[in-house]
Design a protein around this ligand. Structure first.
Ligand SMILES: [Mn+2]
Length: 320
């Protein structure tokens, strides 16, 4: 796997066209793992004409914020240096020259800033709500399971089980365990298919880290926000949306709402964040855990515009 990942930079330089496999713009562990493993699987297929390369959908400078993904890569023995990031590949330029093929993992519709790339999409594998129209030229696999990595595991297990080695298995296993909250039914994420493929990986790779311990260390790494600035926290797990003049950032904040609101200079930081990243509304979704390790979520809304603030609040209250 490492040799393959290392070769991708060469493909980028030397190949006239590019087949990119890319996850969503939050670039969480599921997106990273799905992109790396699905691209690797495609590269081993006999009818693979263009070598596919995984691209992580954030600038390289933001990767240090993905502490859980960094932990999993290190535990798996893969170096961050061999990863390719969004700011290292000119997708729009390639597409203008008709040199891009795009496979989407862990999302099925491109954000508006990338909507031009839509004609380049050749395949989709995802576990979110299906939002794209079907097209005969683009096979779509969308199923509401806990983790996209489950669907990638299923595809590899069915089509090319020999592609699974200890490293590939460990990446997939880590993403499934984390997204399905340690396969705990009470968290409401895990489905029978996620459990089926977690057990499949455990049986085939008895040397995988023990499930509970792996989950706890990934969760600890993900929730370790000590030392992050407010801007870094907002960027750590963020999705953007826009419509008309509205530019919205939705960020998952890994602490209690109270702790977040008590951060010194928060209002100023939020104001600067909006200004620097061109958003006019921020929704912070906090997640924390009570003594019984049950997740607890709260919402905060920030905007310097009273109109946006009130619109969002009334929309949220209508759903209560
Ligand atoms: Mn996902």
């Amino acid at each position: 796997m490492e040799a393959y990942l290392r070769s991708c930079r060469g493909v980028l330089k030397n190949s006239p066209g590019l087949h990119v496999v890319m996850g969503n713009e939050a670039c969480d562990m599921d997106s990273m793992v799905s992109a790396l493993t699905f691209a690797y699987f495609l590269s081993k297929s006999l009818d693979c004409k263009k070598m596919p390369v995984p691209v992580l959908n954030i600038p390289r400078a933001e990767f240090p914020l993905r502490s859980d993904s960094i932990f999993l890569l290190r535990e798996t023995g893969l170096s961050q240096d061999c990863l390719l990031f969004r700011d290292e590949v000119d997708l729009h330029g390639l597409h203008k020259n008709k040199q891009l093929m795009l496979t989407l993992v862990d999302h099925n519709i491109l954000p508006s800033a990338d909507s031009e790339l839509e004609d380049a999409v050749v395949e989709v594998i995802d576990h979110h709500l299906l939002q794209r129209p079907t097209s005969p030229s683009c096979p779509v696999t969308v199923e509401p399971v806990g983790s996209c990595a489950t669907l990638v595991t299923e595809r590899i297990a069915q089509k090319a089980p020999e592609v699974l080695d200890q490293q590939v298995a460990q990446l997939l296993y880590g993403a499934i365990i984390l997204d399905c909250v340690n396969m705990a039914p009470e968290a409401g994420k895990v489905t029978p298919k996620d459990s089926q493929y977690a057990v499949f990986l455990e049986k085939r790779f008895p040397k995988l880290p023990q499930r509970g311990a792996l989950f706890q260390s990934l969760q600890n790494a993900k929730f370790d926000v000590s030392g992050l600035s407010t801007e870094q926290m907002l960027l750590k797990d963020m999705k953007a949306a826009s419509g008309g003049d509205l530019k919205l950032a939705v960020s998952v904040i890994y602490m209690t709402l109270e702790a977040f609101l008590q951060r010194r200079g928060l209002q100023q930081d939020l104001c600067e964040f909006c200004h620097n990243h061109n958003y006019n509304l921020v929704v912070a979704m906090t997640i924390s855990f009570n003594d019984n390790k049950e997740p607890f979520r709260q919402l905060a809304v920030y905007s310097s515009s009273t109109v946006y603030r009130e619109e969002v609040l009334s929309a949220l209250y209508q759903r209560l």
